[in-house]
Design a protein. Structure first.
Length: 592
């Protein structure tokens, strides 16, 4: 079916159901950022495949909302369809409710699958629609069941154990910590819905979501019992025996609603940003609405997890040095494209011990493609690389002992003065974050300004976040802590991982981004409290060729030289003599 045919089929159902519009979010029943194909309804109806966005179809129009990471990609993917692109955070862009208020008659009813939106999102939307001519929201219909032929099934991949030598804490101890945290919230139990939270709690991993080692399930915790709702066919004999030994009951995935209805304690904690609206409405007990305590627990890594991150970063650094040593000569020889270098890097990572997968689809954007924030090369867009200009390469890997995420912008040959200026502004922002010392408990929003201050002086900016947490052989995006312009109150504490990735993008020209994964560690304690700092976990040279050295402050040059010395010291013992010679040059001191 074409997009037009899918919309036509949807409108037939809307007509029968007396719906003026239908809304397709990008989420699944677990509010995942990356989701199984079964729930990619927004992509099915619109053709837009970015990780964030909402499609809305009325009887006469259609629109898609997404953020700045996907403006260019969305414009391209929506060509030839009815969908109008709505650019989030751009002045003049209406909200979904405001747009529906203009497109629909007063008192109209619009539809939304309540299993694929969080309780908070639906409640907020209901309130917003009420102010748009009394529009109401219906949440008990999934039209995709009727129009999506050959819809992918919910994944049934086997679950596997995550060994204690990498987890560092038993499931028994994690459940005890969770129950203590629930008591502090005056809650008897909770429904855990986020797949990475469940995987972390149970020391299990899966392959149900592309690049994210999680498995489709729910976890219901009471004061004395724990029940995993999952397709039992996914459980091997080893995993079943493990769950039994841990005292964890198992029930069918589809029975989670029944489990909530039969939940017998006085109250239950539900994270309204995590639990979907349909399940939220099934609870008959008192609801404690609060953030899941697991979100923050898993972001603070234990010593075993930190050691795993260090090993994973070492392996990643070895693969990246081999790749970077190969890259420029290969480009000069000809025949390399965005896709071919992605394949080369993935192959080198796969040679490393405990490699399992990539941690997200590689962004290899050459020249103008580097200005597309979340660009992913396809056979249709793939272009050859030339020994000139900038290549933006954002990539990562899943190792059994850690998850990596790194971006380097690489000069493949001569670059322009404009490219040098932009590259250096980005590097300055990156270094200022790395140099930051701050009180424990500060918000990432307070620190975000350091990455942007020199850009702002030049009238430049970027609309995506500056950094996100990284999971322990889990999702590459982990929260709630972030570096971001928008207020995010989640405190930064020692033991968290977070990326540092400012960027500048000039559409039609090029983009530049530099990213390391950092560990938050103690700095000092004074009469004014505990202070923290960042330690770079990522081990990879930063290209010196595009740097406009005169733009760097002395402390920034010193940081770069110190970082490069660390990279050389840690990686060189694991490389061949030729690779060591290349790395020595790549990490040689930058002179003012």
């Amino acid at each position: 079916m074409t997009i037009s045919q899918r919309i036509a089929a949807l409108r037939e159902i809307m007509s029968r159901e007396h719906l003026a519009a239908f809304i397709f979010p990008s989420t699944d029943p677990h509010q995942g950022e990356y989701i199984p194909d079964h729930w990619k309804g927004r992509e099915f109806i619109s053709g837009f495949n970015g990780s964030a966005g909402t499609a809305v179809v009325t009887m006469k129009s259609a629109a898609l909302w997404t953020d700045s990471r996907y403006f260019i990609a969305a414009e391209e993917q929506l060509k030839g369809t009815e969908f109008q692109l709505m650019k989030l955070k751009i002045e003049g862009t209406p909200t979904i409710a405001e747009w529906l208020g203009k497109e629909c008659e007063a008192g109209a009813e619009v539809g939304l699958d309540g299993t694929c939106s969080s309780a908070n999102a639906v409640k907020e939307l209901i309130a917003e629609l009420r102010h748009q001519g009394g529009i109401t929201l219906r949440t008990n219909l999934d039209p995709l069941k009727q129009i999506w032929t050959n819809r992918p099934a919910i994944p049934q991949n086997p679950v596997e154990l995550f060994p204690m030598e990498y987890a560092g804490e038993t499931t028994h101890d994690k459940l005890s910590r969770i129950r203590r945290a629930l008591l502090q919230q005056y809650a008897d139990g909770m429904l855990m819905s986020a797949l990475d939270d469940i995987a972390w709690t149970l020391n299990l991993r899966g392959t149900d979501v592309h690049c994210n080692p999680v498995f489709v399930s729910y976890l219901l915790i009471s004061s004395t019992t724990t029940t995993l709702f999952i397709n039992k066919a996914k459980l091997t004999a080893e995993v079943s025996a493990y769950l039994q030994a841990e005292g964890i009951d198992v029930d069918d995935y589809e029975n989670v609603g029944k489990g909530l209805k039969e939940y017998f304690e006085y109250n239950i904690l539900l994270d309204p940003d995590e639990v979907n609206y349909t399940l939220y409405k099934k609870v008959s007990r008192e609801i404690v609405e609060a953030e899941s305590p697991v979100k923050r627990m898993k972001t603070v890594k234990n010593e075993t997890e930190i050691a795993g991150f260090r090993r994973a970063m070492l392996k990643d650094g070895i693969a990246l040095v081999k790749f970077l040593k190969w890259l420029k000569p290969a480009v000069e020889a000809g025949g390399q494209t965005e896709i071919s270098i992605d394949q080369k890097l993935t192959a080198l990572r796969a040679e490393q011990p405990l490699y399992r997968d990539i941690s997200f689809d590689t962004i290899a954007g050459y020249q103008a493609h580097g200005a597309i924030v979340h660009y992913e090369a396809t056979p249709e867009t793939d272009i050859p690389l030339k020994p000139e200009g900038l290549l933006l390469l954002d990539s990562g890997a899943q190792y059994l002992d850690g998850t990596t995420d790194i971006t380097r912008t690489i000069a493949l040959g001569p670059v322009t003065d404009e490219q040098k200026k932009i590259y250096t502004l980005v590097l300055k922002g990156h270094i200022q974050i790395e140099l930051c010392k701050f009180p424990s408990g500060s918000s990432g929003t307070q620190i975000d300004i350091l990455a942007r201050k020199d850009m702002w002086r030049e009238g430049l900016n970027y609309l995506h976040g500056t950094g996100h947490g990284v999971g322990t052989y889990l999702n590459v995006h982990e929260g709630p802590h972030q570096f971001r312009m928008e207020w995010k109150p989640a405190p930064l504490v020692a033991g968290m991982t977070i990326t540092d990735e400012p960027g500048i993008y000039l559409p039609g020209k090029f983009g530049a981004r530099t990213e390391n994964t950092l560990l938050i560690v103690p700095y000092m304690e004074t009469a004014f409290g505990k202070f923290l700092q960042f330690e770079s976990l990522t081990l990879c040279p930063i290209d010196k060729a595009p740097i406009a050295v005169e733009m760097l402050a002395p402390e920034e040059i010193q940081w770069l030289n110190d970082y490069h010395q660390m990279v050389f010291d840690r990686l060189s013992p694991h490389l061949t003599s030729e690779e060591v010679a290349w790395l020595k040059e790549a990490t040689s001191p930058l002179k003012p």
